[in-house]
Structure formats: structure tokens, C-alpha cells
Design a protein. Structure first.
Length: 377
């Protein structure tokens, strides 16, 4: 059996090595390392893939989310609602901009932000909602957009984990994750479904005026060299990373299909086990691209299971062990523990298994049987 890895970047690279190497070599030959042709090419390619009017590449996913908020003109003290169960970057940028983060609970099956919890958290100070498409599954965007329209709020999609996923509306219309809200951000961190070989990110929007503003913000507030029209930052996707992404983007749908196939095999092996809750796909299969395959473990010591897996050289991870509302940096007297019953339970139960495009049947069988054996002890 091949060595198990949480993400097999080497195996993926080997299959597209010739294309990746040629793309990188072209950048080296032209020496256009910043804002070169590969960046513009990737921008256009991703716009076409997503069906979105504007892609603004930037340095990383956290910058993308921060710049998206900067472009909307949110002011210190404005409240921004987001999920309690997610990576800290989502709330980090809210705090950095001196906005007021409002954390709310999530759904127990999808792990995504609860629409009802959003509704209950809206106040006259609320200006935006940040749904996170967690672990690769799209949040309930139709309900979220309706709620935002009702209260005149911005929707900023955190699409760092779900690029390529499709959301299906009640009328059958389909849209890619990240193209539904007013603006969205994504990350190209190497382990993402579409990952580069360093750091990278992008912002998406269909709003022409907002896109223009965002393009200035990512480049020190400049639209013309040495003319600083808005307060900006230095956040540009470099050409080498764009070259890698251009080589990988044509394979993204196949990558996501391979992840879905691996997830289906995992879930089939665990089917019917009373102490394992497998991921639920809400909507069409395309709504989940399985950035992570995350179980809930009941009536057993999840941490002991993790140790057992690691002892067997099976990589695994707990995303996320501490709720954001309990983190020292984001704790607030405004929060009531009774409002986070789902999140507080999930952090005790979740465990994520290896998930990538190179998983084979032998590896999946070994992982699943090891877990089943542990739970039968």
C-alpha cells in the first residue's frame, strides 16, 4: 500500500508535471514575476470557469476576504455575522478592520451556518453576512440571499474550501459557489481543491464598480502608477503561482469528481454504523466537493481514535477543536453558550480523514477498517 497522506500533492503533481514545469519555465524565461501574463491568463480562465464577470487575484485567501470587506466600505462598529465553526481567518479579518464579529451556530448535518441563527442575530447594526462553504459544501445560499435582501445586507461568500461546487436554486438554476453573493473570496493554499505551490487567493464579483475598487485596493490603492486613489494593501498573486493554477484549473472538475468518489467509498464502508455520522450532501452531488471528509464520532473517545489512527500511520485532523466564540482573541460577553449547542457538540465529535485526488481503494479500505475495528473494541 502506498504511504497514506492527508493530501498527496506529489502524486497529483506527477500526473501533470510536464504542463506545470513548462508553465513555470515560461515565467522564468520571461522574468515577469509580478502581475505578468500568466496572472492575467489565469484571471480570464477562472472567470470563464466560474461564470463570473470579475476575478481579482491576490496574495492569499485571508487577504481576499479582507479586501472584499474593504471594498464594500464597511465602517468600524458595523456588525458582520459569520459561523462559529470555521477557521479563524474568517473572523480575523472582521476584527482587523475594526468591525464587530457576530458569531452564530451552524447546522448539525452540513456544518454550515444556520440561516435561523443568522436571522436571530440581525440587529440595526448588522451590515453583512459571511457564509462559509465549509469542508467543500455550499451553504444554503438561496435562503441567505433572501434574508440579506430582506434586511439590506451584503453577502460575502467565504469560498476558501469549495471552489468548483455548484449550488442549485429551487427553480433549478445552478451557480458556482462564490458567484452568488455580492462578493466572494477563495484560497489557493496548496492543500485546497485548486491549490498552487505557495500562497494565493482571489476575489470574485459580478459588480463592475466594486471590481474596479478591489483592483485598486490589492495594488496599494493605485489604478495609475504612483496615483493612490484609495487606501490599499500589497496583495498580488505572483506569476509562478498563476502558472501552476493555469496548469491545474482544467483538471479541477476531475479533481472534485475523484474526491466525491472517495467520499462515497468512505461513506459506504461506514453505512449503518450507529456511532458514525458520515457527511450529508444537501442538494445535488455537485454541491459538495469534499475539501475535507469529516465524520462525527458518537459514544466513543474521538481523541483516542485520533491517536489510534496516527499510531497506525493514518493521518487525520480535527477541524476545529475550539469554537471561535471560545478563542481568547474573539471571546465576548455578548455570547451565550446556549446559542452554540451544535458547535459545542461538533468540536467534541468531528474528525477528518485523508481526502485527495490520489486516494485508492486499498488505502480507503485500510482506513475504514481501522476505524471500524477501533469502535468495535
Amino acid at each position: 500500500m502506498k504511504k497514506l497522506q492527508m493530501v498527496d500533492l506529489k502524486g497529483q503533481y506527477d500526473k501533470i508535471k510536464q504542463t506545470v514545469d513548462a508553465s513555470i519555465q515560461e515565467v522564468l524565461d520571461t522574468t515577469t514575476y509580478i502581475n505578468g501574463p500568466e496572472v492575467h491568463k489565469f484571471q480570464k480562465n477562472l472567470e470563464e470557469y466560474l461564470g463570473v464577470k470579475h476575478v481579482i487575484p491576490c496574495a492569499n485567501g485571508t487577504d481576499a476576504l479582507q479586501i472584499a470587506m474593504m471594498g464594500l466600505g464597511l465602517e468600524p462598529g458595523d456588525e458582520v455575522i459569520t459561523a462559529d465553526f470555521t477557521f479563524a481567518a474568517t473572523v480575523e479579518v472582521i476584527a482587523l478592520l475594526q468591525l464587530t464579529p457576530v458569531l452564530v451556530d451552524v447546522e448539525p448535518d452540513s456544518f454550515n451556518i444556520s440561516v435561523e441563527a443568522i436571522r436571530n442575530a440581525i440587529t440595526p447594526k448588522t451590515k453583512a453576512i459571511v457564509p462559509v462553504h465549509l469542508f467543500g459544501q455550499t451553504a444554503d445560499m438561496e435562503a441567505i440571499m433572501a434574508l440579506a435582501e430582506e434586511h439590506d445586507l451584503y453577502v460575502i461568500e467565504d469560498n476558501a474550501q469549495a471552489i468548483g461546487a455548484e449550488y442549485t436554486f429551487a427553480d433549478g438554476t445552478k451557480k458556482k459557489a462564490g458567484t452568488i453573493g455580492h462578493v466572494a473570496s477563495t484560497s489557493f493554499f496548496p492543500s485546497k481543491n485548486l491549490g498552487c505551490y505557495g500562497d494565493g487567493g482571489a476575489i470574485f464579483t459580478n459588480d463592475d464598480e466594486l471590481a474596479h475598487k478591489l483592483r485598486g485596493i490589492v495594488n496599494h490603492g493605485m489604478y495609475e502608477r504612483y496615483h493612490h486613489d484609495v487606501v490599499g494593501v500589497n496583495s498580488r498573486l505572483d506569476s509562478v503561482q498563476a502558472a501552476v493554477l493555469n496548469a491545474k484549473l482544467p483538471h479541477l472538475d476531475d479533481y472534485n469528481k475523484a474526491r466525491r468518489a472517495a467520499a462515497e467509498k468512505y461513506s459506504k464502508a461506514f453505512a449503518g454504523h450507529a456511532d458514525i455520522i458520515t457527511p450529508v450532501i444537501k442538494g445535488d452531488d455537485e454541491s459538495h466537493v469534499f475539501h475535507q471528509y469529516t465524520l462525527r464520532i458518537l459514544n466513543a473517545d474521538r481523541n483516542a481514535l485520533m491517536k489510534h489512527l496516527l499510531d497506525k500511520s493514518i493521518p487525520c485532523a480535527i477541524y476545529y477543536p475550539i469554537p471561535l466564540h471560545s478563542q481568547k482573541a474573539y471571546a465576548s460577553g455578548r455570547y451565550n453558550e446556549d446559542d452554540f449547542t451544535v458547535t459545542n457538540q461538533l468540536v467534541k465529535e468531528v474528525i477528518s480523514l485523508p481526502m485527495h485526488t490520489e486516494l485508492d481503494d486499498e488505502q480507503i479500505a485500510f482506513i475504514t477498517q481501522t476505524i471500524l475495528d477501533f469502535l468495535s473494541i
